[in-house]
Design a protein around this ligand. Structure first.
Ligand SMILES: Cc1cc2nc3c(=O)[nH]c(=O)nc-3n(C[C@H](O)[C@H](O)[C@H](O)COP(=O)(O)O)c2cc1C
Length: 149
């Protein structure tokens, strides 16, 4: 099993690129990673460290490729007490449902016993042409939290 499993939810690829970029940075730092774009719950072992990266679409909705994962979490209520996770949302402040998809994912993961490491990063694409930049900065402190946890 990889040290860190990255899980992305994306419509046009923005969040996927961020997840892939972070996976590369984590590998550079000596972690092994696995990156899953729009996985189902059954694709994941309920243990280890997950880093969830999701954009928001519709009116506060998850991208279609990650909605089934959230549905599974809410319906199957797996025991995630052996999972620690980090969370990154990508969205636009133009919407009053800014980054609601990652908020829903975070709430559901916690409701199933997963423990969050660090604060959720919410990237406003109006402020950041390249969302990889704030994500990489956040990753620096997240990695330290992982090591000290
Ligand atoms: C039709 C549409 C609806 C959107 N709705 C929201 C929203 O409710 N909240 C939000 O924060 N961002 C919203 N966004 C902004 C996207 O999250 C943002 O463009 C993001 O970079 C898309 O990333 P992706 O390519 O990974 O899907 C919306 C964008 C579009 C095109």
């Amino acid at each position: 099993m990889a040290d860190i499993t990255l899980i992305s939810g994306s419509t046009l690829g923005g969040a996927e690129y961020v997840a892939e970029h972070l996976a590369e940075k984590l590998e550079d730092a000596g972690f092994s990673t696995e990156t899953l774009h729009g996985p189902l719950l059954e694709d994941l072992a309920p243990q280890g460290i997950w880093l969830v990266v999701s954009s928001t679409h519709g009116a506060g909705d998850l991208p279609e490729n990650l909605q089934p994962f959230l549905d599974d979490l809410n319906e199957q209520k797996p025991d995630l007490s052996r999972v620690r996770f980090g969370a990154i949302g990508i969205g636009s402040r133009e919407y009053d449902t800014f980054c609601q998809a990652i908020e829903k994912l975070e709430a559901s993961l916690k409701a199933n016993g997963a423990r969050q490491i660090g604060e959720t990063l919410k990237i406003n694409i109006l402020d950041h042409d390249i969302p990889e930049d704030p994500a990489e900065e956040w990753l620096g402190s997240w990695k330290n939290l992982l090591n000290n946890d």
